[in-house]
Design a protein around this ligand. Structure first.
Ligand SMILES: Cc1cc2nc3c(=O)[nH]c(=O)nc-3n(C[C@H](O)[C@H](O)[C@H](O)COP(=O)(O)OP(=O)(O)OC[C@H]3O[C@@H](n4cnc5c(N)ncnc54)[C@H](O)[C@@H]3O)c2cc1C
Length: 385
């Protein structure tokens, strides 16, 4: 159909067929909304197709000592929603919850880890700070370069692509229109209200538009005067051949899939925006880290390596909800989107159907970037009650 012809009308039009977009389509369709989703390529073509797959209450970033309580609550809500969705949808949603080990390699990191662990416990996360002897009992594959770790027995992992397909399939079964190879060219607005999306296949009119297009969010939102700050950093992953059971837990950032492959990855390369894999030297460093942490990996055959873009709002925390100054528009862009997708999809649906949500998302409003205090340090102070 030609651009300019009305293609369809919906209650909600979602731009982006990654984890955030398809999770939102699932929860919105479940709430009885008429859903349209447009994806410019195939589903899971963006960051969601390259991610590690950790769904974690205890692992944040290597450096973080303190994590906002609201952020922990989002993660907890998401894990519960994953568990429920797995019962409702089934495969290819392959949530596996073997628990996680977040290792620390020196005293300085251990001190930050201990502080984070205490804070997480205060937020009701079942986790403990353990020494190498205890690590060895829980995860015999890990070497003593890990001197301490946070152990969280409820942490889980998924295959992110499988989750995208699972949410999309379930949404379609509930009537959602999911249009792949359909590019959102611009948002259509009337005055201060977004009323739809002009796509490569025609116009879609909707009461609400959700921008969940990952690295494409800033350019789309800028078309209606909304500035979304977003940094990109490259992250690289590896997968091995299938091997007999080696890992009992998921070790930050090494996991064994239910089929037996070991998936691992490490980097967060700020400012690198291409998705080609790094140099031989860079690759060597990552393989060295993995085989020193889990020595049995040294004899396992590598199958493939790939890289993708981490989506990083400047303070590292998500941007969720309705931006000020424009009606009919919702934003969802973040790192840790594997962990948070179900919670965010459900929150956006609540905002559309009820105008409010039970979880506190006020720290994740876009407008926080209008203030110069919105740096990582400012965010790290609001731990606790
Ligand atoms: C190496 C790596 C490891 C990671 N590991 C984890 C992890 O273990 N746990 C965790 O919680 N998070 C992890 N993440 C982060 C997580 O993958 C992302 O936060 C999440 O995938 C973001 O999903 P999304 O739907 O917002 O974006 P995307 O998956 O990028 O989806 C956006 C989609 O929008 C489409 N699009 C863009 N522009 C348009 C347009 N104009 N019209 C139509 N469609 C458009 C794109 O093609 C894309 O498919 C990792 C990221 C990387 C890179």
């Amino acid at each position: 159909m030609l651009l300019g012809a009305v293609m369809l009308t919906a209650d909600i039009c979602i731009v982006g067929g990654g984890l955030l977009g398809t999770a939102t389509a699932f929860y919105a369709a479940k709430a009885g909304l008429k859903v349209a989703l447009v994806e410019e390529r195939e589903l899971a073509s963006g960051t969601s197709g390259v991610a590690f797959g950790g769904v974690s209450l205890a692992i944040y970033s290597y450096a973080s000592a303190r994590v906002p309580k609201s952020y922990v609550e989002l993660s907890k809500a998401s894990l519960s929603l994953y568990q429920r969705a797995q019962q409702e949808i089934g495969p290819p949603l392959d949530l596996d919850a073997p628990g996680s080990i977040d290792p620390f390699y020196n005293e300085e990191d251990s001190a930050r880890g201990l502080e984070r662990c205490r804070g997480l416990q205060a937020c009701g996360v079942p986790c403990e700070f353990i020494d190498y002897k205890q690590i060895k009992q829980i995860e015999p594959a890990v070497a003593p370069i890990a001197i301490h770790a946070i152990y969280c027995p409820v942490d889980a992992h998924v295959t992110p692509m499988g989750v995208v397909w699972a949410f999309a399939k379930a949404a379609r079964q509930m009537g959602a229109e999911i249009l792949t190879n359909t590019r959102a060219i611009s948002l259509i607005s009337r005055g201060q209200r977004v009323v739809g999306v002009a796509t490569s296949a025609g116009e879609i009119f909707a009461s609400d538009v959700v921008c969940a297009s990952g690295s494409g969010v800033p350019s789309l939102a800028a078309g209606v005067g909304i500035q979304v700050p977003l940094d990109l950093a490259r992250g690289q992953m590896f997968v091995t051949e299938r091997i007999p059971p080696l890992l009992r837990t998921y070790v930050h950032n090494i996991k064994q899939t239910p089929a037996g492959a070991i998936v691992f990855g490490t980097t967060r390369e700020p400012g690198v925006k291409d998705t080609t894999v790094t140099s031989v030297e860079g690759t060597h460093k990552m393989l060295k880290w993995a085989s020193e942490l889990v020595p049995a990996l040294a004899n396992v055959k590598l199958l493939r390596s790939w890289a993708g873009l981490r989506l990083l709002p400047p303070d590292g925390y998500p941007i969720i909800g309705r931006p000020e100054g424009v009606e009919g528009l919702l934003l969802a862009v973040m790192h840790r989107g594997v962990t948070l997708a179900p919670a965010v999809g459900s929150i956006l649906t609540d905002l559309i159907t009820d105008g409010k949500t039970a979880l506190d998302i006020s720290p994740y409003r876009l407008e926080r970037f209008a203030s110069s205090a919105a740096g990582a340090e400012a965010q790290e102070t609001f731990y606790g009650t």
